[in-house]
Design a protein around this ligand. Structure first.
Ligand code: HEM
Ligand SMILES: *[C@@H]1O[C@H](CO)[C@@H](O)[C@H](O)[C@H]1NC(C)=O
Ligand SMILES: *[C@@H]1O[C@H](CO)[C@@H](O)[C@H](O)[C@H]1NC(C)=O
Ligand SMILES: *[C@@H]1O[C@H](CO)[C@@H](O)[C@H](O)[C@H]1NC(C)=O
Ligand SMILES: *[C@@H]1O[C@H](CO)[C@@H](O)[C@H](O)[C@H]1NC(C)=O
Ligand SMILES: *[C@@H]1O[C@H](CO)[C@@H](O)[C@H](O)[C@H]1NC(C)=O
Length: 329
């Protein structure tokens, strides 16, 4: 049976008049139910394959969705290949983002089942959810119906994405800029319960922190000496450490437990608990999540849905890209 489309003629006219109105304004969980009924099964299978090949890929896919949504909304723009001023080459992304080839593989399988129907932005949102589920995190029904954008804005990526060297105020204001609040910043930071980070992004904490001549005093001393060995001064900044030393491939609340004992890896992690600004803002949330996985999972899910809702292109905006790396000819 062919899927009814918004341009199908008289028979659908009345139905579609109503439906197209409803669909244009917001995302829905059943958006592809008739146009691509096996979509969720296909993505799940491909994400499972990718994780069997490398567990870390779950973390990388989750981060891709985050870096997509914070720059021009969740429109697949981070997936576009481009020159020096594209998002892929922006500082937070270059030599850092991973998983583009996995997205290509998923997209090919989805195109084989229902070509020209599912956006790259939606594939990314589903792949992020599946990654979380397959490594032990919570399930949620992903809102769908995003369309793909055509602009990859590297300078916007540089200014909009939070940096591990930002102060807490700056991090929270970058979340505010995309319509998310302080609670979202804390719950979503819980994503750092999986995956890895490069020495270059935390080695400033290890020897001469902010010109003090000493390491960051909020960093646990055992963890400090391990990291000093892993990331010696003038060593290879691309060497990586796990973000959660307890369980790098498990989505749990250890991230928050770590912060309570000075074992956050990035400065932007530890300040959620240890900075002066944290006392009346983020610290109480960190404490609650460290004791209550159920609440962390609930809040994380709601924040993921809010993040996935950042400025989606719907209706006649954007396009359904055929190849996630390039806009349609
Ligand atoms: C609060 C502000 C945030 C900052 C400053 C930040 C910063 C970073 C940095 C510096 C890395 C390591 C990158 C590298 O080594 O090249 C990283 C990794 C990661 N981030 Fe964040 N992040 C933040 C929020 C988030 C959010 C909201 C999510 C997801 C919703 C997320 C998910 C991840 C994941 C899963 C990894 C590991 C990726 C992998 O192993 O490939 N982060 N983050
Ligand atoms: C889907 O594939 C068919 C046959 O390969 C092609 O004719 C058609 O134009 C494609 N549709 C879209 C929307 O890409
Ligand atoms: C990219 O984002 C900057 C803001 O950082 C904005 O000034 C510029 O107009 C954007 N460029 C495009 C092509 O949208
Ligand atoms: C953030 O927004 C959510 C959803 O609207 C709300 O439940 C939560 O209380 C807000 N947090 C703060 C600190 O305002
Ligand atoms: C630490 O850095 C500061 C400023 O960059 C510098 O003046 C100082 O000499 C350094 N201290 C040590 C012990 O390297
Ligand atoms: C990491 O590796 C990339 C690509 O090989 C290289 O261009 C970059 O300079 C390295 N970065 C650091 C911090 O060593």
């Amino acid at each position: 049976m062919k899927k009814p489309s918004c341009s199908n003629g008289y028979f659908w006219l009345i139905n579609m008049f109503m439906l197209c109105f409803a669909v244009k304004s917001q995302l829905t969980t059943d958006f592809y139910e008739s146009s691509c009924p096996n979509l969720l099964k296909i993505v799940r299978k491909e994400v499972r394959n990718a994780l069997m090949n490398e567990m870390r890929m779950g973390a990388s896919l989750l981060r891709l969705h985050f870096h997509d949504c914070f720059v021009n909304g969740c429109d697949g723009s981070v997936l576009l290949d481009g020159g020096a001023d594209s998002e892929k080459f922006a500082l937070p992304n270059v030599n850092s983002l991973r998983g583009f080839d996995v997205i290509d593989t998923i997209k090919t399988s989805v195109e084989n089942a229902c070509n020209g129907t599912v956006s790259c932005a939606d594939i990314l949102a589903i792949a992020a959810r599946d990654s979380v589920v397959l490594i032990g995190g919570p399930f949620w029904r992903v809102l769908l119906g995003r369309r793909d954008g055509s602009i990859s804005n590297g300078s916007l990526a540089n200014s909009a994405l939070p940096s591990p060297f930002d102060s807490l105020d700056v991090i929270v204001s970058k979340f505010n800029d995309v319509g998310l609040n302080l609670s979202d910043a804390v719950s979503l930071s819980g994503s750092h319960t999986i995956g890895r980070a490069r020495c270059a992004l935390f080695s400033n904490r290890l020897f001469n922190f902010s010109g003090t001549g000493a390491p960051d005093s909020t960093l646990d001393t055992d963890m400090l000496s391990d990291l000093q060995k892993l990331c010696p001064q003038n060593g290879d900044g691309n060497t990586t450490s796990v973000l959660d030393r307890n369980s790098q491939d498990l989505f749990d609340n250890h991230y928050f437990q770590n912060l309570l004992v000075g074992k956050g890896l990035l400065s932007s992690d530890q300040i959620l608990f240890s900075s002066d600004e944290a006392n009346s803002t983020t610290k109480p949330l960190v404490q609650i999540y460290s004791k209550n996985t159920t609440l962390f999972f609930q809040d994380f899910v709601n924040s993921m849905i809010r993040m996935g809702n950042i400025n989606p292109k719907t209706g006649s905006n954007g396009e359904i890209r055929k190849n996630c790396r390039v806009t349609n000819p």
